[in-house]
Design a protein around this ligand. Structure first.
Ligand code: BTN
Length: 239
C-alpha cells in the first residue's frame, strides 16, 4: 500500500504502474486528488483528507464473461465492509454506495473500475471513493452523505481502508462463481424493486421497474414494452 499526498487520479496512477508491470495487489491511496474521475466521464472532487480515495490493481485470470462482474463485485465488497456501520446502507446498480434516508437515497461512495491492457495481460484498476469526513456543504451534491454524518464519533480512514481491502481479498474468489455473486449482490441492491429511469450511453432512457440482474450482471428493467437488460448507464431511482 502506497500513500501519496497528492495525485491527479489514483486510478490513472495505478493504471500507469500496471502498464509498467506492477503486480496485482498494488494499492495507491491519495490524501488529495486533483483530477479524480467518476463514472460516465464525470469528475470526483473532494476536499483534501476528507474522503478515502484509493485504487487497487487486480489481474483476474477468469474467463472474459466474468469481467463485467468486477465493478459489481467491488461494490459488493465495499458494501460488506461498511454495511454494519449505519442503518440503510445498500448498493445502487451498478456500484454506488447509497444510504436510504427519509430525504431519499444519499450517495456515500462511488466506484470506478477500469480495464488496462498491460504487457503481461489485461488488468483492472478498482477505484474506490468513500465520503468520510465531509460536512454537508463540502459534499458535491445535496443528495450525498459522509460516514461521519451517519455514525457516532470520527471514522478512521486507515481502519476503513484496512477493512475494505480485507473484504475485497476475501470476496474476490466470487468472481469465479458469478451465479453466487449474482444472488449475493441482488440481496443488497436497493435498485431492485424500484421504479427507475436509466439514462443509457446511447439511445432513449429506459423506464420501468428494476426486477433482476441477468447472468451478465446487467440490470433487467420491466418496461411497458417488455423486459430490457441494461449493461451501462446512470440509474435514477424514481420511486
Ligand atoms: C462515481 O461515483 O462515479 C465513481 C467515483 C470513483 C472515485 C474514485 S476515488 C479513487 C479513484 N480514483 C479516481 O480517479 N476515481 C476513483
Amino acid at each position: 500500500v502506497e500513500i501519496v499526498d497528492e495525485a491527479g487520479s489514483t486510478n490513472a496512477l495505478v493504471a500507469e504502474r500496471a502498464r509498467g508491470g506492477a503486480d496485482a495487489g498494488l494499492v495507491i491511496v491519495a490524501e488529495h486528488q486533483t483530477a479524480g474521475r467518476g463514472r460516465l466521464d464525470r469528475s470526483w472532487e473532494v476536499p483534501p483528507r476528507a474522503a478515502l480515495t484509493f485504487s487497487v490493481l487486480v489481474r483476474p485470470t477468469v474467463e472474459p464473461a466474468a469481467w463485467p462482474w468486477l465493478p459489481l463485485l467491488t461494490g459488493y465488497a465495499v458494501h460488506a465492509a461498511l454495511a454494519d456501520r449505519a442503518e440503510g446502507i445498500g448498493l445502487k446498480w451498478p456500484n454506488d454506495l447509497l444510504v436510504d434516508s427519509p430525504k431519499g437515497p444519499l450517495k456515500l461512495g462511488g466506484i470506478l473500475v477500469e480495464r488496462v491492457e498491460t504487457p503481461t495481460g489485461p488488468a483492472a484498476v478498482l477505484g474506490i471513493g468513500i465520503n468520510v469526513h465531509q460536512t454537508q456543504s463540502e459534499l458535491p451534491i445535496p443528495e450525498a452523505v459522509s460516514l461521519e454524518q451517519l455514525v457516532e464519533g470520527v471514522p478512521d480512514r486507515t481502519e476503513l481502508l484496512s477493512v475494505i481491502l480485507g473484504s475485497l481479498d476475501a470476496l474476490m474468489p466470487l468472481l469465479e462463481d458469478t451465479e453466487s455473486l449474482r444472488r449475493a449482490y441482488a440481496g443488497e441492491c436497493l435498485t431492485l424493486g424500484k421504479e427507475v429511469r436509466v439514462d443509457v450511453p446511447a439511445g432513449e432512457p429506459v423506464t420501468g421497474t428494476a426486477i433482476d440482474l441477468d447472468a451478465g450482471g446487467r440490470l433487467v428493467v420491466q418496461t411497458a414494452s417488455g423486459e430490457v437488460a441494461v449493461g451501462a448507464g446512470d440509474v435514477i431511482h424514481v420511486r
